[in-house]
Ligand binder design. Structure first.
Ligand SMILES: [Fe+2]
Length: 389
C-alpha cells in the first residue's frame, strides 16, 4: 500500500514535470504569423485570383501559421457609395474564407488594419468597425476598433491607424475630409509601447497601412506626406510632417521594436533604419509599382506605376535623406532588398530572433495585376532579425 502511494506521488510529480517541460518547450518553439496587404482589384473591389492563390498556399503549405495581419487596402472602396464599400468588404471576407475556416489558426485569425481605400467616405469608419468587430477595443477613445494592440506568445503587436477620416468633432460635418498619411494618436502609441516593455515582452512589432520610409509609388505621401511637386527648402507644413514621422520612428528606437510592418506601396521591400526593420508586404493583388527611380532612369513605365522620373524624385530624396546619385539605390538604407512581385511574408518569432521569409508571384508578362494560369509561388527573400539587447 505504502509503495503504491509513493509510486502514485512519484508519478504525479513526474507528470507535472513532463507537463512543465512540454509547456516550456511549446513556449520556446515560438510561433509564426503572416503579414500581407493591398488586395484591391477588379472583382467587386478585390483581386480574387491573387488573393486566393496566397490564401490557399498559406492554408495548404503553412499549417503552423497562427494568424494573419492584413495591413489595409483590402478593397477599392468608394468615395460616394459607402454601401459599395461594405459589399466589397463582405466579398473580401468570402475570398478569405479558407483562413477564417482554418482550424489551425487562432482567434480572430485575421487582424485587420485600416488602409486609405477603406476610408473614403464619412460613413466608412463606422461601417469598418461594424465589419471587423473581432479586435480588441483597447485603442484610443476616438480610434476604438481602428487602432488596438495585443500580446501573442512573447511578442506584442501595436496596430496603428494611419488613414483616418476627418479628425475632430465627429458631429462636425462642415469640414469632412480624409485625414490620411498620419498617426493621429502618437501619444497612445507611446503609452502602449511603454506598457508592453514594462510587461517584459521580448518582441515588439508595430503595424500600419502606411510606411515611414516610402520605397516606390508613394514617395509623395505615406507618413512623410511631402505632397506632389515638391520644391526645396521645405515649408513649415512639410517640415512638421517629417518631424511627425521622425517622432514615430524615435518611439520604435526608444522601446527597441523589432520591425514596422506595412503595405500601401504595391511591392516588397525591407531595410533597416537606425537598427529597426521596415518590412513592406505590399501587394496581395493590387497593381504592382516600380520602386524609386535610380540615377539615369528618366522614363515612367506605362505598365507598372512609377510616380516620378529620377529628376523629379531628387527633391524627395534630398528631403528624406535617401541615397541618390550614380551607383546609389535611391532608398533610405544601403541594406534595402526589394522585389516587384505580389507577396506575403511569414515571420517565425523565436526567443532571441525572428526568421522572415517573403513568398511571391511575379506578374504575368505585360500586366501589373494579373498572374499566369501556371503561376509559381517562389521565395523572394529570407533573412533573420536578431533581437537587440
Ligand atoms: Fe494605400
Amino acid at each position: 500500500m505504502l509503495n503504491s502511494i509513493s509510486n502514485y506521488k512519484y508519478l504525479t510529480v513526474k507528470t507535472l514535470l513532463v507537463l512543465l517541460f512540454l509547456s516550456a518547450s511549446l513556449f520556446a518553439q515560438g510561433f509564426k504569423f503572416v503579414i500581407m496587404s493591398d488586395s484591391r482589384g477588379h472583382y467587386n473591389g478585390v483581386n480574387d485570383p491573387v488573393l486566393s492563390a496566397f490564401v490557399n498556399d498559406i492554408v495548404e503549405n503553412h499549417k503552423d501559421v497562427k494568424f494573419i495581419l492584413f495591413a489595409g487596402d483590402m478593397i477599392n472602396g468608394s468615395w460616394w457609395e459607402p454601401n459599395k464599400t461594405i459589399s466589397q468588404i463582405e466579398h473580401w471576407k468570402e475570398v478569405m474564407a479558407p483562413i477564417y475556416e482554418n482550424p489551425n489558426m487562432v482567434w480572430p485569425k485575421v487582424w485587420p488594419v485600416v488602409g486609405n481605400h477603406e476610408i473614403r467616405n464619412r460613413n466608412d469608419e463606422d461601417n469598418y468597425r461594424k465589419a471587423f468587430q473581432d479586435v480588441y477595443m483597447n485603442g484610443p477613445d476616438d480610434e476604438k476598433g481602428l487602432s488596438y494592440s495585443f500580446d501573442f506568445g512573447n511578442a506584442h503587436f501595436t496596430v496603428i491607424n494611419t488613414d483616418r477620416w476627418y479628425y475632430g468633432a465627429r458631429n462636425d460635418t462642415t469640414d469632412d475630409h480624409p485625414a490620411w498619411h498620419r498617426i493621429h494618436r502618437l501619444d497612445w502609441v507611446e503609452k502602449d509601447l511603454k506598457a508592453a516593455k514594462e510587461r517584459g515582452v521580448k518582441h515588439i512589432f508595430t503595424v500600419s497601412h502606411e510606411m515611414a520610409f516610402p520605397v516606390g509609388g508613394h514617395l509623395h505621401d505615406a507618413l512623410p506626406n511631402l505632397g506632389r511637386g515638391l520644391t526645396l527648402p521645405l515649408d513649415s507644413a512639410r517640415t512638421e510632417h517629417l518631424e511627425h514621422r521622425d517622432n514615430f520612428w524615435n518611439l520604435l528606437k526608444k522601446y527597441n521594436a523589432d520591425a514596422h510592418l506595412c503595405g500601401h506601396e504595391h511591392t516588397y521591400g525591407r531595410q533597416t533604419i537606425d537598427g529597426i526593420y521596415q518590412i513592406i508586404a505590399g501587394s496581395a493583388g493590387a497593381p504592382l509599382y516600380h520602386q524609386n527611380p535610380k540615377y539615369g532612369e528618366e522614363t515612367k513605365d506605362t505598365v507598372l506605376y512609377r510616380e516620378f522620373t529620377y529628376a523629379e524624385a531628387v527633391p524627395y530624396f534630398k528631403a528624406l535623406d535617401y541615397n541618390y546619385g550614380p551607383q546609389k539605390n535611391s532608398q533610405r538604407s544601403e541594406d534595402f532588398v526589394g522585389a516587384i512581385a505580389f507577396n506575403y511574408v511569414i515571420i517565425d518569432v523565436q526567443d532571441d530572433y525572428a526568421d522572415v521569409v517573403s513568398y511571391g508571384i511575379f506578374p504575368k508578362e505585360g500586366t501589373a495585376d494579373q498572374i499566369a494560369d501556371d503561376y509559381k509561388i517562389v521565395v523572394l527573400d529570407k533573412f533573420r532579425m536578431e533581437k537587440k539587447k
